[in-house]
Write a new protein. Structure first.
Length: 482
């Protein structure tokens, strides 16, 4: 359904009204530095009154500011009227000489993957906007207004949201700007009337089977009977909450930086003792910042998950982990907290390399993956290598061939002074080696007897002594401790 307003006001009053709205628009842009140095603005143009007014305001703004504008229309294919609206939007932009692109999306197919129709439509729109920003740069202008903000804050309140949700939508988030957040829907409708701007009305906005529509059409009017200035007060409170939230987020970021010891797109590790010193308010935010950084973001992460993460971190449990939404997990090993993908059932073990000692010749160097080996006579006056990646062993004490692999059940190592056996599992526990890397530590072994745990220690039974005649030198090319 398309509406077209014609103004009957006198020209003086008309110009003053338009001038006031434009001044308010510019003041909001400047107050929040929405545009900055950007020179390209993509208008998200649905065809409704809000976005059509936004386009008109930017066309006027463009006359005194060096920016380019274009329109982006997303066809959701949910209603018969969608085709008519797409044609209307394109025709309107052609009359104004504004470039306009229409993108077609399959909302129902996306919703079939477990999302609500509203959520699927929103995600598809933002996928398109994100792609445009990535390929062309600039900013995407959204037409959310003050009444939308009230609905958003109340919806978040009903869902039990934290401060970020109660702070509502932000005037600027990355490359997205909302220049109409301080404008009411009534003011927008009046502006469209004053400017004779035609627009489409989405009948689905009046269907109360959708929670947001029920809130807007039934609940908010009752609340306004109690407090006529409801919208003004809710937006003012949301602004204060948002300010507090930003401050706490800054503190959390500093705490995150103090605690983090490893950071990538696949895995984050923090020092546990630093996390445990944090106030619960900051600890919660640090953990959520980590989740937000990994693939999947904060989608499906509830208060329950956050509290479960916090409880594990501050507990004295080690070697424990919890599963999280989007195939992630949080684990604690001694003083390390690890947040990563939940792919531990498929831990990559290094390939076993067979070393045929009988085929090796004196002085010749042999390469086995990251290891280099050679057999040489032992010169008693020669000093032992002090490099942690280079080890000498008594060749004559080795029985059979060697292997390079990661740990297996039954592996052991011998210690001085009585060369007693110790299980590799027990050794790792005593040395507080993180569970997440125990299956990745390379070892030089003979059967189940470990001759060298690379990066940690050697088997005392194979040490070079005064009685040694021949040694086998083993050099590991990766010096970092595993």
């Amino acid at each position: 359904m398309t509406f077209f307003y014609h103004s009957n006001d006198n020209i003086k009053g008309y110009l003053k009204k338009v001038s006031d709205e434009m001044e308010k628009f510019i003041e909001f842009i400047e107050a929040y530095d929405l545009i900055g140095t950007a020179r390209k603005i993509h208008i998200a143009l649905s065809g409704g009154a809000d976005s059509m007014a936004l386009l008109d305001l930017f066309i006027t703004y463009q006359k005194t500011h060096p920016i380019e504008i274009d329109a982006v229309h997303v066809h959701h294919g949910l209603r018969t009227a969608s085709d008519i609206e797409a044609v209307h939007v394109k025709a309107h932009c052609e009359r104004l000489d504004i470039p306009c692109r229409t993108f077609y999306v399959d909302v129902l197919a996306s919703a079939a993957c477990g999302k609500s129709v509203e959520e699927a439509a929103r995600d598809l729109r933002y996928e398109i906007f994100d792609q445009i920003i990535k390929e062309e740069g600039g900013l995407v202008a959204l037409a959310h207004h003050q009444d939308d903000q009230v609905e958003t804050v109340l919806m978040h309140l009903f869902r039990g949201s934290a401060l970020k949700g109660l702070g509502g939508m932000q005037p600027k988030r990355g490359a997205y700007i909302r220049p109409l957040l301080n404008v009411t829907q009534e003011e927008i409708m009046t502006y469209c009337q004053q400017r004779s701007i035609s627009f489409d009305v989405d009948e689905s906005n009046y269907d109360t089977k959708y929670s947001r529509n029920k809130l807007r059409l039934q609940i908010i009017p009752i609340l306004k009977e109690v407090q006529p200035r409801l919208s003004e007060h809710i937006c003012a409170t949301a602004s204060l909450i948002s300010e507090d939230d930003r401050y706490l987020e800054e503190l959390a970021t500093k705490a995150y930086d103090r605690a983090v010891i490893y950071h990538s797109t696949d895995k984050i590790q923090w020092q546990r003792t630093v996390l445990c010193e944090l106030n619960p308010v900051l600890l919660r935010r640090v953990l959520r910042q980590g989740l937000a950084f990994l693939e999947g973001g904060l989608r499906n992460v509830s208060k329950y998950h956050t509290e479960e993460m916090m409880a594990l971190v501050v507990s004295e449990k080690t070697g424990k982990a919890i599963d999280l939404p989007m195939n992630r997990r949080l684990g604690c090993d001694y003083d390390i907290v690890t947040l990563d993908r939940n792919d531990h059932e498929e831990t990559l073990k290094k390939q076993t390399l067979e070393i045929d000692l009988m085929s090796m010749r004196l002085y010749e160097t042999y390469q086995y993956g990251a290891f280099c080996m050679k057999i040489i006579p032992y010169e008693k006056q020669k000093e032992f290598s002090k490099k942690s990646c280079t080890k000498w062993f008594d060749y004559d004490k080795i029985r059979g061939n060697l292997r390079i692999r990661t740990r297996e059940n039954g592996d052991f190592i011998r210690f001085s002074p009585d060369l007693h056996k110790k299980k590799i599992k027990d050794y790792f526990i005593d040395q507080k080696v993180n569970r997440s890397i125990r299956d990745q530590v390379p070892m030089l072994v003979s059967g189940h007897e470990v001759i060298w745990i690379v990066g940690y220690r050697i088997n005392e039974a194979y040490k070079v002594t005064d009685a040694t005649k021949t040694i086998i030198e083993v050099v590991y090319s990766k010096e970092e401790r595993l």
